[in-house]
Ligand binder design. Sequence first.
Ligand SMILES: Nc1ncnc2c1ncn2[C@@H]1O[C@H](COP(=O)(O)OP(=O)(O)OP(=O)(O)O)[C@@H](O)[C@H]1O
Ligand SMILES: [Mg+2]
Length: 212
Amino acid sequence: MTGTFITVEGPDGAGKTTQLQLLADRLTAEGYDIVMTREPGGTRIGNEIRSLILNPDFQEMDEMTEILLYAASRAQHVNELIRPALAAGKVVLCDRFIDASIAYQGYGLGYSIEQVRSINQQATNELSPDRTYLFNLSVADSKQRMMDRGALDRIEQRDDAFRQRVYEGFLTLAEQEPERIQLVDATQSIKALHTILCQDALAYLKKRERLS
Ligand SMILES: Nc1ncnc2c1ncn2[C@@H]1O[C@H](COP(=O)(O)OP(=O)(O)OP(=O)(O)O)[C@@H](O)[C@H]1O
Ligand SMILES: [Mg+2]
């Protein structure tokens, strides 16, 4: 049996990492074999690329360099970790994936959505998540949570107009792929969100098992 690839997406500080960890714990308790990972990163090489991308010292980074570095990290991640885990029947929980590149580098920076998508399809050999939870949090709320957390990375330092384009980009993606992308209201409590994600993920995994 092949595994299941689940991702979380959404603005900075929306609660993605918090919920992914809680979901990983619950699915593990239910007996699923879980691999929890993140982007950019997830591998030794990916983590080196992550520090390059996010380092606030590198203000001179060219936008296409940024797009390609995300895609390079993703290629390594998919080939070294994600595909082998899926082939072994595991459930891969990944913090951000291609949707984030389309939202941040496509909609946010103003690059052609098709170009960003195509670069990433090449990088991943067209791997797409089976299910995605998109955390819906306004720019104002996202900023508030980021400020509460302290130092901002290079991408987080971008202005509100950028953040607004990213936010709207994510919502456009959710409209285009309503089957895969589940929109969740990120202003709810951590507990309420956890309940929603667990219910959906368990039902989805059971359905896949029945169909396989
Ligand atoms: N449902 C929630 N309600 C209020 N605060 C929350 C909620 N979920 C997470 N937080 C808080 O918001 C902050 C950001 O959470 P978290 O790191 O999980 O977000 P994230 O989406 O992973 O952010 P990033 O995109 O920067 O990685 C943390 O301080 C966390 O405790
Ligand atoms: Mg996070």
